[in-house]
Design a protein around this ligand. Sequence first.
Ligand SMILES: NC(=O)c1ccc[n+]([C@@H]2O[C@H](COP(=O)([O-])OP(=O)(O)OC[C@H]3O[C@@H](n4cnc5c(N)ncnc54)[C@H](OP(=O)(O)O)[C@@H]3O)[C@@H](O)[C@H]2O)c1
Length: 236
Amino acid sequence: MVCWGVVCALAAAGLLIYLIVELAIWLRADSDLTVWAAEWWGKKPEKELPGKVVWVTGASSGIGEEMAYQLAKLGSPLALSARRENELERVKKKCIEISSLTDKDILIVPLDLTDRSAHEAATKTVLKHFGKIDVLVNNGGRSQRSLYVDTSIDVYKAIMELNYIGTISLTKYVLDHMIQRKQGKIVTISSVMGIMGAPLATGYCASKHALQVRVLFRSSTAHGLYRRLLPLPWTH
Ligand SMILES: NC(=O)c1ccc[n+]([C@@H]2O[C@H](COP(=O)([O-])OP(=O)(O)OC[C@H]3O[C@@H](n4cnc5c(N)ncnc54)[C@H](OP(=O)(O)O)[C@@H]3O)[C@@H](O)[C@H]2O)c1
């Protein structure tokens, strides 16, 4: 006979251990448990990524820029997008300096994520140049720092348009290609604010929570494609 008291106690103990481990990893490794486990036991980037065509949005600064350098060093041909073309040129130049990639391995695709009418053409441009997209990194986005009472609704609209609608719009076109090819990976940079709320960032939290919704990418997993949401806690 099942003793439900023991089952509940074991489940509660298991949950407590999980939360303690998750917290410890978060504090020490600046990542959550799944990212930490993937780093230790997952496939190694230096084996997986050479030769893989990676499209990084928001590549003109910050996390996207650094990701471009890391990917270039691994030998991934790159499509780099953002609005500031001159900054993308600077990033491309440095990528070539620090890696074995050449001019034709890095394509600059200026793109405003809020201009949805341009997303299909941008996807076609990348496909025309490289013939495939192996990985899409949805990194482009912006934050917000203001009290709800002081913030105009236009700010909420703009942040949702960029962080959420812009991201899922571009993903749609790339996903079509990946489904046809039966291959591809989509990485979406979320935030710890996609998991829990924070003061002074109500619109940003909402946009990242929207990205966190699993059902959004059900079609990709249904087609056997891999989807990853990165809840970056913070960066230094
Ligand atoms: N930094 C953190 O601590 C942190 C923590 C968690 C999550 N994140 C997330 O990580 C991602 C990158 O953040 P970051 O800190 O590296 O910020 P960042 O340095 O400001 O970079 C943002 C990037 O997004 C691009 N972008 C902004 N508006 C755009 C638009 N309308 N269309 C296309 N591209 C646009 C910017 O390029 P242009 O201005 O040239 O268009 C830039 O390349 C964001 O999604 C952010 O929410 C950051």
